[in-house]
Ligand binder design. Structure first.
Ligand SMILES: NC(=O)c1ccc[n+]([C@@H]2O[C@H](COP(=O)([O-])OP(=O)(O)OC[C@H]3O[C@@H](n4cnc5c(N)ncnc54)[C@H](OP(=O)(O)O)[C@@H]3O)[C@@H](O)[C@H]2O)c1
Length: 185
């Protein structure tokens, strides 16, 4: 695949230093053909098996997301600390499991070498944080949908595939899809 990782310039950020250490920042995403990940601030497909897997993998961990993805969730997910990126300093969600940050350099406090922390979207936040991630859990849906948000290209020079598994296809999960895991080379 073609490389297109967008570097972000965060002067003096400790996040930059953390890139050197083996900290545990992972991306989790479902991607359809042509890198489509959503439309009209919604997921386009319904794959309950993948949602179950998302819950299993992220439960008990911190999840980082953009304000629009948080709004699309329709509420706070149980048993996960939500870190929401938002430029609006007035945004306030009264929940002990929600933290709102207006600057990605503040993420430094939440990312460490001991506990896996997940970037859960959307397109803007994947693009922003992909350079800092060292693992990606991709659900690749082999189906074309019309979308308006896209995952960045995965440069296979930078990422090594470590596992690939066919997803269960049935009446409730009507697409061909695979779970692919990458680690940074
Ligand atoms: N397929 C999947 O696995 C998956 C997963 C997640 C989401 N999605 C889809 O992705 C779409 C949403 O993606 P999106 O790109 O439109 O929105 P998004 O990434 O969820 O959120 C973008 C918002 O994040 C805030 N933000 C971005 N950069 C920031 C920064 N540097 N500092 C502080 N805040 C920052 C801004 O909020 P303010 O405007 O409030 O400042 C911005 O509008 C939806 O369609 C959703 O369904 C798909």
């Amino acid at each position: 695949m073609i490389l297109s990782i967008h570097k972000v310039d965060i002067p003096n950020s400790t996040l930059e230093k953390k890139k050197e250490a083996i900290y545990m920042l992972s991306i989790i995403v479902a991607i359809a053909n042509d890198n489509v990940i959503g439309k009209d601030n919604k997921l386009i497909w319904h794959l309950p098996e993948d949602l179950k897997r998302f819950k299993r993998i992220t439960s008990g961990h911190k999840i980082i997301m953009g304000r629009k993805t948080f709004e699309s969730l329709g509420g706070v997910l149980p048993n996960r600390k939500h870190i929401i990126l938002c430029n609006d300093m007035k945004m306030d969600i009264n929940n002990e499991n929600v933290e709102i940050l207006n600057d990605i350099s503040k993420l430094d406090k939440y990312i460490n070498t001991e506990e896996e922390c997940f970037v859960i979207g959307g397109a803007t936040i994947y693009k922003l944080l992909m350079p800092y991630a060292n693992k990606m859990y991709i659900t690749k849906i082999n189906h074309s949908f019309e979308g308006d948000v896209f995952f960045p290209e995965i440069n296979e020079k930078n990422w090594e595939e470590i596992s690939r598994e066919q997803g269960l296809k049935n009446e409730e999960n009507p697409f061909d899809y695979e779970y692919i895991t990458y680690i940074r080379k």
